[in-house]
Write a protein that binds this ligand. Structure first.
Ligand code: ZN
Length: 170
């Protein structure tokens, strides 16, 4: 397994569209393993392949407190969504920035497991939010795209500031 570098906003590669996984071969398994290792190392709860510069529809997640329930979603899609809610979100590609964005409350979704088996299920709560966030990544969309112009301006200023300040490399 190996750690993969995570792309940071405003890297244009985060705007690419991911392609469906057609063959569930060893390279997909390796990618999922590497993504999980990267997600754990970066203390994230979800990661989409686009974020590590791989344009495939692969998402990994672990929503457990103990960080011992890794999940892999191949070719995930939202089939239906209902209700509206707001959740505080962050993203490994937008470090140290958290904002509430609107999301559907409940989603029905379909994906494939690494063995090729197709699963269809319904989610609410954190899993529903995470699925919407990660599937957005596969379509080149970021959670900050939902922000009001004012909040987006605040983010832009924050990024400019962090780029100006010298960061000590130890
Ligand atoms: Zn994200």
């Amino acid at each position: 397994m190996s750690l993969l570098p995570v792309l940071h906003f405003p890297d244009p590669r985060l705007r690419k569209q991911a392609k469906p996984v057609v063959t569930m071969d060893a390279s997909v398994r390796t990618l999922a393993d590497d993504m999980l290792e990267t997600m754990y190392a970066e203390r994230g709860i979800g990661l989409a392949a686009i974020q590590v510069n791989v344009q495939l529809r692969v998402v990994v997640m672990d929503l457990s407190e103990e960080r011992n329930q890794p999940r892999v979603f191949i070719n995930p899609v939202i089939l239906t969504s209902e209700g509206t809610g707001e959740a505080q979100e962050g993203c490994l590609s937008v470090p140290d920035f958290y904002e509430k964005v609107p999301r559907a409350e409940r989603v029905t979704y379909r994906y494939q497991e690494l063995d090729g088996k197709t699963i269809e299920a319904t989610a609410d709560g954190l899993l529903a939010v995470c699925l919407q966030h990660e599937i957005d990544h596969l379509n080149g969309k970021l959670f900050i795209d939902y922000l009001s112009p004012l909040k987006r301006q605040r983010l832009r200023k924050k990024i400019e500031k962090s780029e100006r300040e010298p960061v000590p490399v130890l």
